[in-house]
Structure formats: structure tokens, C-alpha cells
Design a protein around this ligand. Structure first.
Ligand SMILES: [Zn+2]
Length: 131
């Protein structure tokens, strides 16, 4: 397995102060994120824990990164996860459909306003505007 092990009892990467198993791991295991903010945080945690299939499954098919070849896409995501070391997530603002955040990495800060949409009761990442 490629996935970096985050112990279920470790603090969740999203910064909730909950254990991973009580927070984002539930979504990575199939629970439905009930709002855009929860989805965004769980996607951030998925980048940290290298849950590439979760990132793929929660990306809307109109996103420019969307690739029907999941195997290739997953490999690309994994390379990104391996070379990008996220250290902290800071939520700047959120609305029903958007989340503005700063994701701190060892290489710099990613400041993005992400847009989300709900289809058949499931939230998906649409796209992001980088600041
Ligand atoms: Zn979490």
C-alpha cells in the first residue's frame, strides 16, 4: 500500500482536535459529507493521508482535473501527496457553496476559494480560484 498510515487515534489532519477516526476517516470510509465545509476538510485530510480515491470520488466531472482514467489520475495525485507536505489548514470563510482556505505546506501557502455543488444528495468539489 502507498497510503501513509495515519493512526485512527491520531489527531485529524483537518485541525478539528478530534481523533482521525472520529472525524474525516469516516468520510474516507464512505460516510456522506453533509455540507461543503465538511467535504472540503475531508478532502484536505485525504491529501494528507493519501486517500487518492476519495479525492477522485468527490471531484465533480466538470472539473478540469477530472480524468476518466482513474488509475493514472490516482498516480498523479499520489505523486502530488508525496511531494507536498501539508502542515496546517486554516478556514478563512465559508458559504453554502464555497470554502476559502489557506493550506500551509513546507513549500508555501495555498490560498484558494473552492466551489462545491450537490448532486443527488452528495457534495462534489467543482473548482478552485487561487489567490
Ligand atoms: Zn477531520
Amino acid at each position: 500500500m502507498y497510503a501513509m498510515k495515519i493512526s485512527p487515534n491520531n489527531p485529524c489532519p483537518c485541525g478539528s482536535n478530534l481523533k482521525y477516526k472520529k472525524c474525516c476517516q469516516r468520510y474516507h470510509k464512505g460516510a456522506n459529507a453533509l455540507d461543503a465545509l465538511t467535504l472540503m476538510k475531508s478532502r484536505y485530510s485525504a491529501y494528507v493521508s493519501r486517500e487518492t480515491m476519495y479525492i477522485i470520488k468527490t471531484t465533480h466531472w466538470t472539473n478540469p482535473q477530472f480524468n476518466k482514467d482513474r488509475k493514472t489520475w490516482s498516480k498523479e495525485l499520489l505523486d502530488f501527496c508525496k511531494t507536498t507536505h501539508f502542515t496546517k489548514l486554516e478556514i478563512v470563510d465559508s458559504t453554502y457553496h464555497t470554502v476559502t482556505f489557506k493550506a500551509f505546506t513546507e513549500q508555501g501557502v495555498l490560498h484558494e476559494k473552492s466551489s462545491f455543488t450537490m448532486v443527488d444528495g452528495k457534495w462534489y468539489y467543482l473548482d478552485g480560484e487561487i489567490y
